[in-house]
Design a protein around this ligand. Sequence first.
Ligand code: ZN
Ligand code: ZN
Length: 151
Amino acid sequence: MDLTKYVQAVSLEDFGKPFRHQAVWNRRLRTSGGRFFPHDGHLDFAPRILEEYGEALFRQIVRHELTHYHLYFEQKGYKHGDADFKKLLKEVDGLRYAPPPKQRTVHEYLCRECGQVFQRQRRINLERMRCGACGGRLKIREIGLKADDGG
Ligand SMILES: [Zn+2]
Ligand SMILES: [Zn+2]
């Protein structure tokens, strides 16, 4: 997908106004689906939204960021708490909050003997599995993936 072209199309079809800046993917966005940068007008989007939830929901995230975008350049209330923002977001059927990341738990294992750390997506059998470095027994430690925030 050419992201900027996609955002241009959504802007014309759903707002009736052109999008004149750049849209770029940002994999570091975790809890938010996108972000608007007033200083240069560009938009960031989290590819996870498209990957995990599909195009229909991603389009609602694009509408959210375009709501910030158009209101800002029209010198109206473009922030989440502003009446202009709430009104326009509702009109275009934008999404107020990005859906949460479908985080996979990463299972982390630690060798009891040498301290070597292993990460696996799936649980492993601790009775059978031994440390690849020293042959020692492993113990489990579970961690989640970290999330940041944005708008
Ligand atoms: Zn070991
Ligand atoms: Zn926002």
